[in-house]
Every structure is written in C-alpha cells, then in structure tokens.
Design a protein around this ligand. Structure first.
Ligand code: GLY
Length: 256
C-alpha cells in the first residue's frame, strides 16, 4: 500500500479556514506534526511518499481532495474551492506511476474528502465543495462501483469529517451526525459525539491512525480489534483539516 502525501508550504499559514485561527497556524509545528503523521502511516505498513509543497497552494497538504482512487483508477478532481484547483497536476503525475488517470471538467466539482469507499460502494457527500455533476462523473468513472450520494449535516465541510472507512468493511461514524442506515449493510464503530473530530481516521488493515486526545474513540477502535496510532493534529485542524485529508492511499495495479 502506498500513501501519497504532500509537504507543508510556508503559505499554509494562509490556508482556507471557516474561522480565522487564533492563535494562527504555526507552520514549523505543522511540519513536525506532518512528519509524525507520515511516520505513523509507515508504522502501519504503508510505503509513504511526499510531493514537494507548492507555495502558490496554501492548502496543498490536503492531498486527499485532489483525487479519488479505486480499482486501479485515479479520478483527478476539480476541487470545489477555486483557490485549490492548482493543486492537482503534481498529484496526478505522482499517481500515474501506480494507476490509470481519469479527469473531471467544469462545471463538475468534487473534493476527495467527500468520498468514502468501502468495498464496491462509494459514498459521496453533497457539499459546498462537491456538486451533482461531480458525483455524476464519479459514478461514470467508477461504473463498477455503486455510488451513493449523501446529504451532509449543516456546516459539515466534507463527508469524511464525520465518518471514515475502516479496514474490514466497517465504518467509523460520529454519533448524532448521519443515520447508520445510510451505510447498511456495513457495520458501524461509533465515535462519541463529544469526540466527533476523531471520526476522521486513516485505516490500513488492522491499524488506524487517529487524532490524539480522543481516548473513548481509541477504546472503541481497540475493542473492535484495531491497533490505534495517535497523532497530533492541532495545526491542520486550524485549517479545517484532519487526518485522511493528508494522504491518498493507493494499491497499485501490480497489487503492491
Ligand atoms: N483548508 C481545507 C479546505 O478548506 O479545503
């Protein structure tokens, strides 16, 4: 399994955020936290690579939004935030070493953070970043999957802000956000509402990288049979980011 990441630019201090962070983003700390995140992915067995940062793209560390990968294909997205559209070309070049590429044209928009794949199903959040044309293109490219559109609770940036796929077909879901029936027949591992941020976690097989400071979520995951790896996240959180946002997981066509 490859985990594609991207380094943190100095301009990350000016990344998109619904609320201006106070205190502001500490770029040096963000870089240290990103290094620890990459190390955690490697500890889970991933081959981790990192693309150079682009100072013209303050949000480029959030590489997940730029592509959706499944079944040997990467759909390079057209991110919903216009300021983020320059992020895609280097990611596409890196992904092309592993999988075939597909593309998305205007007026379609889609952020990878709105896409949750489990087995042959891809759940796609309808959000301020992902429109109907984007979801239609997703369904066209991944025609061998079932694409299920999901309405998000108010003020939720991306689908995966409230849920993420686990390595065994189950889904990690924050209480009080989405109805579990949406994901049937996939079983749920619940995140308590008070720890909702931790519903965004990166699963690699039986390992899960989870946001630190969320002990009940770690307990729930450990009870469900997973080994957890906690990482600091304060600086990406200031930019409305979390853990899955910082990587694209790729099983390449040779199965490595
Ligand atoms: N700062 C991440 C985003 O808004 O896309």
């Amino acid at each position: 399994m490859h985990a594609l990441t991207r380094h943190v630019p100095a301009s990350f201090a000016h990344a998109l955020s619904a609320t201006p962070p106070d205190p502001p983003i500490d770029v040096a700390l963000a870089r240290a936290q990103h290094a620890a995140y990459r190390a955690a992915l490697a500890a889970c067995g991933a081959a981790v690579t990192a693309i150079d940062a682009d100072e013209a793209c303050p949000d480029c560390v959030f590489v997940e939004d730029t592509a959706v990968v499944a079944g040997g294909i990467a759909l390079v997205t057209r991110p919903g935030a216009p300021s983020r559209r320059g992020e895609t070309p280097p990611v596409a070049r890196a992904l092309a070493r592993h999988v075939d590429l597909a593309w998305m044209d205007a007026p379609a928009t889609l952020d990878g953070g709105d896409c949750l794949r489990v087995g042959r199903t891809i759940y796609a959040g309808r959000s301020a970043r992902t429109n109907a044309a984007g979801i239609a293109r997703l369904a066209e490219v991944f025609a061998d999957h079932t694409v299920v559109a999901v309405d998000l609770p108010p003020h939720v940036l991306h689908l995966k802000c409230v849920c993420s796929p686990l390595g065994d077909g189950r889904i990690l879901l924050a209480e009080g956000t989405l109805a579990p029936e949406l994901f049937a027949p996939h079983a749920i591992v619940w995140v308590p509402a008070a720890e909702a941020y931790a519903a965004n976690a990166v699963a690699l097989g039986r390992h899960v990288v989870v946001a630190d400071g969320h002990p009940r979520t770690r307990e729930a995951l450990e009870a469900a049979g997973f080994t957890t790896h906690a990482v600091a996240h304060s600086e990406v959180r200031k930019a409305d980011g979390s853990l899955t946002c910082q990587s694209i997981l790729v099983t390449d066509v040779t199965g490595t």
